[in-house]
Design a protein around this ligand. Structure first.
Ligand code: SF4
Length: 315
C-alpha cells in the first residue's frame, strides 16, 4: 500500500509581468508523491519545474490549487503547524557556490536551521560535526569557509544544511547540474544512501531525463507550466506516451549498440509561458499534432495504471 506524503491538486502559480500580462509558470498541475519515494521532475529551462517546487513548499504563494502535506493544506498552516512544516521540508540548491554565504564558517552555515528552530545552543557544534561526517566530510571542516572546498564538497555542505533539522521531504533543485560529471554520481549515491537511512522523500529536479533515471521512483515531465506525463521510472523509459517525452528520450544515447532508437528532433523554440499556444501547449512543436490539438486542452488522464498523460492521442 503506497503511503501518500504530498498531494498536489490543480496547482497554479502565475506572475503578473506588466500590462495585464500573466506569465503562467505553473498552470494546473496534479500529482502525488508517496513517502520514501523520489519524484524526478524534468523539462527544459523555463518550463516551471523550479517554480512548482518552490510553490509546493510556500517559497512562493500559489495562484490557485492545493498542496496537502500529510493531509494538511500547506498554504493554510498556522502557528506550530507552520513551524513544523518549515522543518519537515528543506531544499538543496543548484549552485552550491551561490547558496552558501562566503563570510560564514561551515559550522554557522549548517547550524543556521538549528538556531532558527530552537536547537540547544550547547549541542550545535556536535550536531554539525555529526552531519559533516554523515555527508562524507570531516569534522575538521566545520571551522573552514566555503571557498576552501571543491564544488562537490560544497554540495555536500548544502546537503548537511538541509538535513540538520531532520526533514521528511527534500526538494533538490538541479543539485548536480553545476558539478563535474565525475562528481555527479557521488552526490546522487549520497542522496540515495541518506534516503535509505532516513526514509526521506525527494523531489529531484533536473533538465534532462538521463540525470533522473537512476534516482527516481517515478518521473514527471513538464512543458510550459503543465505536467504532460508522469509514470513509474521503468514504465516511462520503456513506454513513453507523450510525444514530448518520446523526443526527450530519443536524445539520450543508449549504451547497447544492438538497440536502435530514432532521434526525434523538435522543431522551433519553447514558446513563452506569457503567450502559450491555445489547446495543447506542445502543439507548435509536436510532430503528431492535429486540428483538435489547437482547439482543446488535453485532459490529464490515467492511460494505464499509474501512468498519467495529457495528450489527445490517448483519449
Ligand atoms: Fe501532440 Fe496533440 Fe498530443 Fe499535444 S495533444 S502532444 S499536440 S498529439
Amino acid at each position: 500500500m503506497r503511503d501518500t506524503l504530498i498531494e498536489v491538486t490543480g496547482l497554479k502559480k502565475h506572475f503578473e509581468i506588466g500590462n495585464g500580462i500573466q506569465l503562467k509558470a505553473v498552470d494546473g498541475v496534479t500529482f502525488t508523491i508517496n513517502r520514501g519515494e523520489t519524484l524526478g521532475l524534468v523539462g527544459e529551462s523555463g518550463c516551471g519545474k523550479s517554480t512548482l517546487g518552490r510553490t509546493m513548499i510556500r517559497l512562493y504563494d500559489r495562484t490557485d490549487g492545493e498542496v496537502l502535506f500529510k493531509g494538511k493544506n500547506v498554504h493554510q498552516l498556522k502557528g506550530k503547524d507552520s513551524a513544523q512544516f518549515n522543518r519537515d521540508v528543506q531544499m538543496i540548491f543548484q549552485d552550491p557556490q551561490a547558496s552558501l554565504n562566503p563570510r560564514m564558517t561551515v559550522l554557522d552555515i549548517i547550524a543556521e536551521g538549528l538556531d532558527i528552530h530552537g536547537f540547544p545552543r550547547k549541542d550545535r557544534a556536535d550536531r554539525v560535526k555529526e552531519l559533516l561526517e554523515l555527508v562524507g566530510l570531516s569534522k575538521q571542516h566545520a571551522s573552514r569557509f566555503p571557498h576552501e572546498f571543491s564544488g562537490g564538497q560544497r554540495q555536500r555542505i548544502g546537503i548537511a544544511r538541509a538535513l540538520a533539522v531532520e526533514p521528511e521531504f527534500i526538494i533538490a533543485d538541479e543539485p548536480i547540474s553545476a558539478l563535474d560529471v565525475s562528481i555527479q554520481a557521488q552526490v546522487v549515491n549520497l542522496l540515495e544512501d541518506l534516503q535509505q537511512d532516513k526514509g526521506l522523500t525527494y523531489l529531484f529536479i533536473a533538465h534532462d531525463l538521463s540525470m533522473v533515471k537512476h534516482i527516481s521512483t517515478k518521473i514527471g515531465v513538464m512543458y510550459l507550466g503543465k505536467m504532460v506525463e508522469m509514470a513509474d521510472s521503468f514504465e516511462l523509459y520503456a513506454k513513453p506516451l507523450h510525444p514530448y517525452t518520446q523526443a526527450l528520450l530519443s536524445s539520450i544515447p543508449i549504451p547497447d549498440p544492438t538497440i536502435k532508437r530514432e532521434r526525434i528532433i523538435l522543431q522551433g523554440d519553447l514558446p513563452s509561458p506569457a503567450n502559450a499556444p491555445s489547446g495543447c501547449v506542445f502543439r507548435t512543436r509536436c510532430p503528431k499534432a492535429t486540428a483538435q490539438c489547437a482547439e482543446q486542452v488535453p485532459e490529464w488522464m490515467e492511460a494505464a495504471p499509474n501512468h498519467w498523460v495529457a495528450c489527445h492521442l490517448y483519449r
